[in-house]
Design a binder for this molecule. Structure first.
Ligand code: SIN
Ligand code: CO
Length: 413
C-alpha cells in the first residue's frame, strides 16, 4: 500500500512554516559574528574549531523549532526509501534494528531507553533542508545530511565516536552530553553497534532546545536523553582515502580513458608450457604492473571525479518529476513571476570549467554566472529569471531540470 507522504510546506497550504520553507535560509557571511557559532564568525570558527576541537554553543538557534514533529518523524521512519534505525538499551543489552518501522513496531512512548534515528531528513522535508542550509559556510562538497533522533527518557546510542564532523543541535527536550578526547577508541565486541569499551568522560553538559555541540571526528561522546527529546545532527562526510582511490579508479575506467596505450592488452606470446598450472606467472604480474603504471590523470580528471562523485544523489534518492509538467512557455511565464529553486534533493557543484548536477558533468558553455549563483544560493529570483529568459538555451536547460524534478518553480521574492 502506498504510504501517506509527509506533508511538506510546499505541498500543503496548512503546513506550518510555509513561508520560511519557500525562502532560502542563507548561511551567515564568513566575517559576520553569528549566534549559530557562539558569536564567532564562520571564518573564526573554521580557523579555531573545525576539525580541531569541540565547541559548545548555548542558544545557537534561540526559539528553535524542530523541523519535524515527533509524529512526522515517526511517519518518515515508516517510508521504504528512508534510512531509519531503532536502538534500544533494554535490560542493559544494546539492540539495533533497521526500518522501515510502522508506528506499532516502535516501543511505547512510556518505555525508557530507546532511540529512533532517521537519516537524510533534508531530502524529504523543506524545513529540514532549510536548517541544513544554515551550515553552508562549509562547502557543499563536505555536507552530508541532516539526521534527526528521537529518544525516550534515558535513550541514547551509547558512548562512541564518529568519523564525521557533526553539529548536534538540541531541538526538543534535554540531552546530557558527555565527551572525551581519549586516545583509547577500542570498541566493545558484543553489541551490534559501535560502543566504546572504556569511555572516560572529560566534559559534560545538559543541552536544552537551541543549544548545539560541535564535534570533530574521533571525539568520544555519549548523549543521554533527560525526558523525551529530539536532536538534529548536521553531518559532514569525509570519505576515506581507500574509498576515494577505489572510486577514482572506477571513474577513470568508466570513462574509458585510463590512458592505457592500445598495445597494453595483456599478451603472452612467450608463455612456455607449464608443469604447475596453478602458479601465478611472474611475467603476468610484471606486464599488468606496466599497464597500471601507464594510467595517467591530471587535475581536471580529479575535479571531474570529485564533482560527479560528490554530486551523485544517494542510491535511495528518487526525484519526483511534476505529474503534469508545464510546457516550456508556461514554465517561463510561471518562473518569471515566482522564480525557481533547486529541489531539496538536488546537488549542484561547480568548478572553473564544469558544473556537476546530480552526478552529471557539463562543460560551461557561454555565460555561467547565473549557474554559479543558482548553485550557491539554491534559488533564483523572478527578476533574475526574467533577465535570463531571453536566452533560450538557459530556459531550455532549466525546463529540462524542472521536468526531471531537479528544480521547482518557487515563491521567491
Ligand atoms: C543521537 O542523536 O542520538 C546520536 C547522535 C550521535 O551521537 O552522533
Ligand atoms: Co555520534
Amino acid at each position: 500500500m502506498p504510504k501517506r507522504p509527509i506533508d511538506h510546506p510546499a505541498d500543503t497550504a496548512s503546513a506550518r512554516n510555509s513561508s520560511s520553507a519557500a525562502k532560502p535560509v542563507l548561511p551567515p557571511s564568513s566575517d559576520t559574528p553569528t549566534p549559530l557559532l557562539g558569536n564567532l564568525t564562520p571564518s573564526q570558527f573554521m580557523r579555531r574549531y573545525w576539525q580541531k576541537k569541540p565547541l559548545l554553543i548555548r542558544q545557537a538557534i534561540p526559539n528553535v523549532e524542530a523541523p519535524l514533529s515527533r509524529d512526522e518523524l515517526f511517519e518518515l521512519a515508516d517510508r521504504d526509501e528512508v534510512e531509519a534505525r531503532l536502538i534500544t538499551h533494554f535490560r542493559n543489552k544494546w539492540k539495533l534494528e533497521h526500518g522501515p518501522f510502522a508506528l506499532d513496531e516502535l516501543p511505547s512512548l512510556k518505555q525508557r531507553a530507546w532511540t529512533l534515528l532517521v537519516q537524510g531528513v533534508d531530502l524529504y522535508d523543506n524545513r529540514a533542508r532549510a536548517l541544513l542550509d544554515r551550515f553552508r559556510f562549509v562547502p557543499d562538497a563536505r555536507l552530508d545530511d541532516l539526521m534527526i533522533s528521537y529518544a525516550s527518557d534515558g535513550g541514547g546510542v551509547g558512548p562512541h565516536f564518529d568519523s564525521y564532523d557533526v553539529f548536534l543541535l538540541q531541538v526538543k527536550g534535554k540531552r546530557r552530553w558527555r565527551i572525551s578526547a581519549q586516545k583509547d577508541l577500542t570498541l566493545q565486541d558484543g553489541p551490534p553497534l559501535k560502543v566504546l569499551q572504556n569511555f572516560q568522560a572529560e566534559e559534560e553538559w545538559v543541552l536544552e532546545p537551541g543549544d548545539m555541540l560541535y564535534l570533530p571526528p574521533h571525539i568520544a561522546h555519549d548523549g543521554i536523553a533527560e525526558g523525551e527529546c529530539m536532536t538534529c545532527s548536521i553531518g559532514f562526510r569525509a570519505p576515506s582515502a581507500s574509498e576515494l582511490t577505489a572510486q577514482f579508479l572506477y571513474h577513470l575506467a568508466e570513462r574509458g580513458e585510463s590512458a592505457s596505450p592500445s598495445g597494453a592488452l595483456y599478451r603472452d606470446p612467450q608463455q612456455p608450457a607449464v608443469e604447475r598450472p596453478a602458479e601465478l606467472p611472474a611475467p603476468l604480474v610484471e606486464r599488468v604492473g606496466a599497464i597500471l603504471a601507464g594510467i595517467k590523470w591530471n587535475e581536471q580528471d580529479i575535479a571531474s571525479f570529485l564533482g560527479t562523485y560528490l554530486s551523485e544523489p544517494k542510491p535511495s534518492v528518487v526525484f519526483d518529476p511534476p505529474q503534469r509538467p508545464l510546457n516550456e512557455a508556461r514554465f517561463i511565464s510561471r518562473a518569471s513571476k515566482s522564480g525557481i529553486r533547486l529541489n531539496r534533493k538536488t546537488n549542484l557543484l561547480y568548478n572553473r570549467r564544469f558544473f556537476f548536477v546530480n552526478g552529471e558533468e557539463t562543460l560551461f558553455n557561454g555565460a555561467k554566472k547565473w549557474l554559479i549563483d543558482l548553485a550557491d544560493h539554491r534559488c533564483m529570483s523572478a527578476k533574475r529569471f526574467v533577465t535570463l529568459s531571453h536566452d533560450s538555451s538557459v530556459t531550455a536547460l532549466l525546463h529540462e531540470w524542472y521536468c526531471a524534478g531537479w528544480i521547482e518553480v518557487g515563491e521567491l521574492a
